[in-house]
Ligand binder design. Structure first.
Ligand code: ZN
Length: 310
């Protein structure tokens, strides 16, 4: 498990948090278990030779699908509020979460509860800001420096979120598990992922069981595979382009409502930092409407680069 130089500290922090969280529950972090298990899985043709491995891996993947509320509230001591943030959507994207600097509070939009993978990423992204940046005041004063600082914080928060929700050994093991169940050659799923046949296989057969097992969105998985060099940019864009049903998708998603109490709560909030996430186009930085009014760098908005679609 490695991290790029720019996000090394976020990666180390996420590893520490996850190791401690699972240790508290009497387990070894599943990412470590997966890393150690992968070389010992014996494959005959396209199937695993040892039937016991199937059950063992299924249980490990279930263990890796941890409850983000338990981690954020019980282990990290954060408080999560779940108002509707719909009124704060704007041209730069939909608003799924806030981090209240100088407190231990995060707000996650209520509509994310309708799609658990989105709720999980929102909690872990905002939780990352608390763990990594919550008590660290910014010192930069120029707009350019603040923008750079915000981009760095977003990069770090996204790395923390990725390591906690989808560590690479878990993703590799999950792909191998699905390949075994379907009788697909694991290596070719990776090496041929950018061919038209590979794209079609991933879309038709692979993504849905992966999303169901891992409880993270297709886009989250696709971005991880892009960063691992498995998907090309073109393949990543293709897998962002269609709709796909899965176990976690609720009819209620995108039909969330807003109450007067929610609006009052949001207007009374003093120093939130907002993370907008655009659904389209693919990547963007984002700006909070508070940015013009903010007098300190600590209050500056944070940009989000990850897009979450089912
Ligand atoms: Zn953010």
């Amino acid at each position: 498990m490695t991290a790029s130089r720019k996000t090394r500290a976020a990666w180390e922090s996420a590893v520490d948090v996850m190791t401690g969280f699972y240790q508290n529950r009497g387990h070894v972090w599943p990412a470590i278990q997966a890393r150690d298990l992968i070389p010992h899985i014996c494959v005959k043709g396209t199937r695993w030779a040892n039937e016991e491995d199937v059950g063992r891996v299924a249980s490990l993947l279930e263990q890796a699908r941890f409850d983000v509320n338990e981690l954020a509230e019980d282990y990290l001591g954060l408080s999560i509020s779940r108002p509707s943030l719909l009124p704060l959507d704007n041209d730069s994207g939909r608003l799924f979460g806030y981090t209240f600097t100088g407190t231990s509070e995060i707000a996650v939009c209520r509509r994310t509860l309708d799609y658990l993978p989105l709720y999980r990423t929102s909690v872990m992204h905002e939780g990352a800001h608390q763990v990594l940046h919550g008590r660290r005041a910014s010192v930069e004063n120029s707009p350019r420096a603040r923008l750079d600082d915000n981009r760095r914080k977003e990069r770090e928060a996204n790395e923390f979120m990725r390591v906690t929700l989808l560590p690479k050994p878990i993703l590799r093991l999950a792909i191998a598990y699905v390949a075994n169940i379907l009788g697909f050659p694991f290596d070719r799923l990776l090496t041929e992922a950018n061919t038209s046949r590979g794209c079609s296989q991933w879309r038709t057969y692979i993504f849905t069981p992966l999303i169901n097992r891992l409880c993270v969105s297709r886009e989250f998985i696709a971005i991880a595979l892009r960063s691992m060099g498995v998907f090309s940019e073109e393949t990543l864009n293709y897998h962002r382009s269609y709709h796909l049903n899965n176990h976690w998708l609720s009819e209620a998603y995108s039909h969330a409502t807003i109450s007067a109490a929610d609006i009052a709560l949001l207007r009374s909030s003093t120093s939130p930092t907002a993370c907008h996430r655009r659904m389209r186009p693919r990547r963007s930085t984002c700006a909070s409407r508070n940015s013009q009014q903010s007098s300190s760098a600590q209050r500056a908005p944070r940009a989000a680069v990850l897009v979450m679609s089912p």
